[in-house]
Design a protein around this ligand. Structure first.
Ligand code: NAD
Length: 302
């Protein structure tokens, strides 16, 4: 391996510590702790794990965690009523509805019912529109984490070319918009693109969020490129009956060519929850009229 390993786990730990320090400073001024409400509908096992971790890490950062677990059969009007109560609750500064929702619920309507200033996932249409037009807004956690790590390797995105593989509303599209807002030259590929290896070979920055294990091969990587692997895929391990997590990039091959690369696990994943805490802190600062000093830069790495 010649690439520098981008240690998302360590980066996330430092970010969480910065959030916790800031919370400890601000609580005496605001007279209350930041509150994060997480709503889980149904019993999706992966979602259960995420919700538990989000609550635990919020509490460790000095925040209040409010978990709302609803049955999978919850009618939409009941979920919307809960969101309306959380919107009005002054103890709650951030609201997150864990996705995916059961099929009978309209995820778009549910997300857009969250007050935009409490939408700490950054999925509300008004936050999406503001990010899309380069305005300050709450930015989705996973692309925000990717940008934080990228900024340590690229102090200036001008003159750089990026390829984002994947165009979901959760990762690919906001990632591309953030890079474009930073004046990067941005290409976006998806499952209908036909020339991804050629596009990838032009990219100084490659962000992969496709959900396809080992999609990106070593010979797709431009020498020295920064590779951010967002994919989280569970595949069979060598030991029968066991599974392991892998990304969308053939890590061993890519690491021989890239300049820097995130591992899976231990790359983007831990940054996502740390960024959720950072977004909750930011929402709290705005709601209390407190200064929202940027937590973006990781002094240790810059
Ligand atoms: P999604 O299924 O909503 O979107 C997948 C995107 O990849 C689509 O745009 C699709 O067109 C594209 N795609 C699929 N197959 C492709 C192929 N063969 N070639 C090129 N493009 C292809 O998924 P998502 O929610 O954006 O998540 C993508 C991956 O990132 C998943 O593995 C997911 O688990 C992971 N993820 C990780 C985090 C994290 O915190 N690290 C957060 C969100 C998603």
């Amino acid at each position: 391996m010649s690439a520098t390993l981008i240690d998302g786990k360590a980066y996330a730990a430092r970010l969480r510590a910065r959030v916790a320090d800031r919370v400890a400073q601000l609580v005496p001024q605001a007279g209350q702790a930041p509150g994060l409400a997480v709503v889980l509908v149904g019993h999706d096992p992966a979602s259960e794990v995420y919700v538990r971790s989000k609550g635990k890490q919020a509490v460790e950062a000095g925040m209040k965690s409010f978990e709302h677990r609803l049955p999978a059969t919850t009618p939409e009007h009941e979920l919307l009523d809960l969101i309306a109560r959380l919107n009005a609750d002054t103890q709650v500064h951030g609201i997150l509805v864990q996705l995916p929702l059961p099929d009978h619920l309209d995820a778009r309507a549910v997300i857009n019912a969250i007050a935009p200033h409490k939408d700490v996932d950054g999925f509300h249409i008004s936050n999406v529109g503001m990010v899309g037009t380069g305005q300050d807004a709450i930015v989705p956690c996973t692309p925000l984490g990717c940008m934080m790590m990228l900024r340590d390797y690229h102090s200036d995105f001008r003159g750089k070319t990026a390829l984002v593989i994947g165009h979901s509303n959760v990762v690919g599209k906001p990632m591309a918009r953030l890079l474009l807002n930073a004046d990067c030259t941005v290409m976006v590929a998806h499952k209908h693109s036909t020339n991804i290896p050629e596009l990838a070979r032009m990219a100084d920055i490659l962000v992969v969020a496709a959900g396809v294990p080992g999609l990106v091969k070593g010979d797709w990587i431009k020498p020295g490129a920064t590779v951010i692997d967002v994919g989280i895929n569970r595949v069979d391990a060598d030991t029968p009956g066991k599974t392991r997590l892998v990304g969308d990039v053939d890590f061993d091959a890519a690491a021989k060519v890239a300049g820097a690369i995130t591992p899976v696990p231990g790359g983007v994943g831990p940054m996502t929850i740390a960024c959720l805490l950072a977004n909750t802190l930011s929402a709290y600062c705005h709601q209390h009229g407190l200064e929202d000093a940027p937590l973006l830069h990781d002094e240790q790495d810059s």
